[in-house]
Design a protein around this ligand. Structure first.
Ligand code: ARG
Length: 584
């Protein structure tokens, strides 16, 4: 019925529903878990229901006997062509080719390849990128930016309201020093600002601060004035933020990342909340004075002596800490932004910091338990030598330099393959491949582990890489180009005539299921693996099932499968922020 209304069926959801009804009819409790999964092997069918064993145990029944009863009650007419019991009580489900064909027909005419938008959209805040002011973005911010942006794209595609929160490091005592140095530079260079080299600027400022007592004195005065809202200091501070974010925006644009200036919600935003938070935590009895500082002792965390860990929220000198800001920030995201869920893309070294901040947030009742705060952490980016990624000289690699190198390498690669391509098309292609390779290399790895940054691997045309995926997409398009067919014009019915077609069709219809996993776990590598599989299945299909030389109606039916493949690849790569091209 749903299919008639033009709404694509999520096959896993459909089968879960049917199997749980059958389980209940067979005597299982109403909250039973059917555990319907995509089968790992073709011989196990397209889906496998694994929920029988747990229920049989509960009922004190031999699992195969329960499985038999479930099958008696399982009506998959029009959905499955074969259902069988395997092993200790697995149920293997083989989808009906007629059902698959109907689903493909629905999906192929849909702009979203049949993926429905979410019935109950949520407001989801995503904390990602978060570079620091007067410091150049480096590779450490790259992973957060790339993975966080994929999460943002995926969640918005599904219809959620996404708030991109760029938690820029734009506050702290270092700003006295930075303002004093900016002032000095402006005086010496008659207003000319040499902030192009942010890293150098910061280093110089620090040097003056350490070596010139009068300068240090001035800097300390400026911190106090800035915090007090002094107009001149605010103005200088704003300049520093502006220049930094203008440079970072260039990087975001080059990276095809959706962040804009409007998404900046830096640490300074929460500054005004901090005194109130400290007072409130004291009033609630959570924070206490300890050696002049204000501290929250947490039983959940132990220090080296096995005692409750003390988390400082205000220093002896009155200054606040990174943790205080993150407490305020979580509160703000719930209270003011009305977040239903908050995702933080921050490296794993900050895990303890976040856990402490959130433990305090929960205890103080700033964010209810019903609103998840999730740390989607990631490991480090390593060089080929297995050590943290550095320049040959041992310095941190600037993002801008890294992207320049990506472009250069990609240009070499694609111009060798396409000697006759016009220059601007070649440029666009090199850009898509170079930037795509850097991003995809990161996205395709499970984010929780460290990963080795390796140019040769990421730019290879074989394996789960951006160039391979981009090429696979153009190969599908070339089928239509070769035949001079406008893919939109095909209206032929789909007939699933053999196993290669049915395996490809079933996989193509799993885009929505894949997206669901990605948004639940924040794991874009699951999408990469899915798309890589789709590309491989298409290759096999293309090799064994001639398309253009086939007789009608098979030819047009196969063209429909090709058309859906192109759509799925394009949408999937879009959600990852990977650009596609028409030919390469
Ligand atoms: N600016 C920080 C850094 O460079 C990352 C901030 C992450 N977000 C947060 N809410 N703490 O390490």
């Amino acid at each position: 019925r749903a299919a008639k209304k033009g709404i694509q069926v999520n096959i896993q959801a459909l089968l879960s529903d049917k199997v749980s009804q059958a389980l209940i009819a067979a005597g299982a409790s109403t909250d039973c878990e059917p555990q319907v999964r995509q089968s790992a092997k073709v011989q196990f069918g397209d889906y496998q229901a694994n929920g029988v064993m747990a229920q049989a145990k509960k009922l004190g029944m031999p699992p195969r006997q329960l499985a038999e009863k479930v099958l008696e009650n399982l009506d998959l007419t029009g959905i499955a062509s074969k259902v069988e019991i395997a092993g200790p009580g697995f149920i293997n489900i083989f989808l009906d080719p007629v059902f698959l064909a109907a689903q493909v027909e629905q999906a192929v005419v849909s702009e979203r390849a049949g993926v429905s938008t979410i019935a109950t959209p949520e407001t989801i805040v995503i904390d990602y990128s978060a570079p620091n002011v007067a410091k150049e973005m480096h590779v450490g911010h790259l992973r957060s930016t790339i993975i966080g942006d994929a999460a943002a794209r995926t969640l918005s595609f599904l219809g959620h309201k996404v708030i991109r929160a760029n938690h820029v490091g734009d506050w702290g005592t270092q700003f006295g020093m930075l303002i004093a140095f900016l002032e000095k530079q402006q005086q010496e260079n008659a207003g000319e600002m040499a902030l192009a080299d942010l890293e150098g600027f910061y280093r110089e400022a620090k040097k003056h601060y350490d070596e010139d007592e009068a300068f240090a004195e001035r800097a300390r005065g400026y911190v106090v004035k800035l915090q007090g809202g002094d107009e001149y200091c605010r103005e200088m501070w704003r300049k520093l933020v502006d220049i930094t974010m203008t440079q970072n925006q260039i990087t975001y644009d080059r990276l095809n990342v959706t962040l804009t200036r409007d998404d900046v919600m830096g640490e300074s935003l929460y500054n005004a909340m901090l005194p109130g938070i400290v007072a409130d935590l004291k009033a609630k009895g959570l924070a206490v004075e300890s050696e002049g500082a204000t501290v929250v002792f947490l039983d959940e965390f132990k220090n080296k002596e096995g005692e409750p860990m003390g988390v400082i929220i205000q220093k002896k000198d009155g200054g606040y800490l990174y943790t205080t800001t993150d407490i305020a920030c979580a509160k703000y995201r719930y209270e003011t932004l009305h977040a239903d869920r908050v995702l933080y893309y921050i490296d794993s070294r900050q895990h303890q910091h976040l856990m402490q901040a959130w433990t305090i947030v929960r205890k103080a009742g700033y964010v209810p338990e019903s609103v998840p705060l999730e740390h989607h952490m990631f490991g480090m980016m390593l060089g080929k030598d297995g050590k943290p990624f550095k320049t040959r000289a041992g310095g941190t690699v600037k993002l801008a330099d890294l992207l320049d190198e990506a472009l250069e390498r990609a240009r070499k690669l694609v111009s060798e393959k396409n000697p006759d391509m016009p220059a601007d098309e070649l440029n666009a292609l090199a850009n898509a491949v170079g930037i795509g390779a850097v991003k995809y290399a990161d996205l395709s790895k499970n984010r929780t582990t460290d990963y080795v940054f390796d140019w040769d691997n990421m730019l290879a045309f074989e394996g789960n890489t951006a160039p391979y995926m981009q090429y696979a997409y153009t190969r599908v398009l070339s089928v239509f180009r070769k035949a001079g067919i406008d893919e939109q014009s095909i209206t032929a019915p789909v007939v699933i005539g053999n196993e290669r077609e049915s395996v490809l069709a079933a996989r193509l219809l799993q885009l929505e299921e894949t997206l669901a996993v990605v948004v639940r776990d924040g794991t874009p590598h699951v999408m990469c693996a899915y798309l890589y599989d789709v590309a491989g299945l298409f290759s096999a299909f293309y090799e064994h099932c001639p398309i253009l030389s086939a007789e009608q109606p098979v030819r047009d039916s196969r063209l429909q499968l090709a058309r859906l493949t192109a759509k799925v690849l394009k949408i999937g790569l879009d959600t990852l922020g990977i650009e596609t091209v028409e030919r390469m």
